[in-house]
Design a protein around this ligand. Structure first.
Ligand code: GRG
Length: 299
């Protein structure tokens, strides 16, 4: 794991530096036309830590096939910008209504609701524009990658998942319905972070399929751990309000399966994800280690 810590830290730094360079000049040199307050809210919500898991998965997947992983750094950073947007909107009073994110007041608490809404809009568009800066990649491949990202966050992906989550509030849903909601809300974007990078690296059809299964399994495990951290972690440790699922009477894995079985399910998914890579001759160690990290993480 020591190696993994270095690997994660290095990639986090790359992504953070890229995002700083993309967003800060518009804030500091006043090259932006939009109000300073909007750019402040965008920087506040994007340059504020975060594990950068989706960006790191994007970089690592590319590196599994080709050494020059900096070719997909703009996409990795763009994905993190889009992810930051989803968190800003998720925290809004009309959505999950949260006051703490990444250990700091949420965007609408620090600024105001209208600014947070617009900051999310701004981050979404900046994120897509950053992805398009991956000019080392074949333009024909970019034409396949961009719709893949958009589908993953659209009404048949993250946006749809969020909508189902809202509809499910105070409803009795089945485990299958819960799983389908998470597949869209969290899973689709996480999967895209892996798949678009594999497409960029010109992975074969069978490699793409293997990575799709890997991403689906780690995505589900990620969500189960998220539920467990909400239940067992504390707010200072996880950087967001702990115990919200219980307070909001949300359907969660521990609610269906209990603590132990939830942990077991997450562990099994991770083992299956890693085995699937091996069976398809994808041995790049960081992808295996990131899978382990997903269930060992404490925040
Ligand atoms: C993207 C067009 C578009 C719309 C967004 C609001 C919304 C629609 C979706 C919300 C989706 C959401 C918040 C899913 C939760 C995903 C999740 C578990 C986030 C936490 O991810 P971590 O732990 O967070 O990777 P850090 O802070 O480390 O980045």
């Amino acid at each position: 794991m020591a190696n993994l810590q270095n690997f994660l830290q290095e990639r986090q730094n790359l992504i953070n530096n890229f995002l700083e360079k993309a967003l800060k000049p518009k804030l500091l040199n006043k090259t932006a036309i939009a109000p300073e307050r909007l750019w402040q809210a965008m920087s506040y919500s994007c340059l504020n830590g975060g594990k950068r898991l989706r960006g790191i998965l994007c970089l690592a997947t590319y590196e599994a096939f080709k050494p020059n992983y900096l070719a997909v750094l703009p996409i990795a950073a763009g994905l993190e910008c889009i992810h930051a947007m989803s968190l800003v909107h998720d925290d809004l009073p009309c959505m999950d209504n949260d006051i703490l994110r990444r250990g700091k007041p949420t965007c609408h608490i620090q600024f105001d609701t209208a600014t947070a809404l617009l900051a999310g809009d701004g981050l979404l568009i900046e994120g897509l524009a950053l992805c398009l800066q991956a000019d080392e990649l074949n333009p024909q491949i970019m034409l396949k990658i961009m719709p893949e990202i958009m589908q993953a966050i659209g009404a048949n992906g993250m946006t749809g998942g969020q909508s189902i989550d809202l509809e499910n509030t105070n409803k009795n849903v089945s485990l299958l319905e819960l799983e389908n909601m998470h597949k869209l809300k969290t899973g689709a974007f996480l999967k895209a972070s892996v798949l678009v990078s594999a497409m960029a690296a010109e992975a074969t059809e069978s490699q793409l399929k293997a990575l799709e299964i890997y991403a689906e399994k780690i995505g589900l495990a990620f969500q189960i751990i998220d539920d467990l951290l909400d239940l067992e972690g504390d707010s200072a440790q996880i950087g967001k309000t702990a115990g919200k699922d219980l307070a909001q009477n949300k359907a969660t894995y521990p609610k269906f399966l209990g603590l132990e079985q939830s942990k077991e399910k997450a562990q099994n998914l991770i083992e299956e994800a890693k085995l699937n890579l091996k069976q398809n001759h994808i041995y790049f160690e960081p992808l295996h280690q990131i899978a382990d990290y997903i269930i060992q993480r404490k925040k």
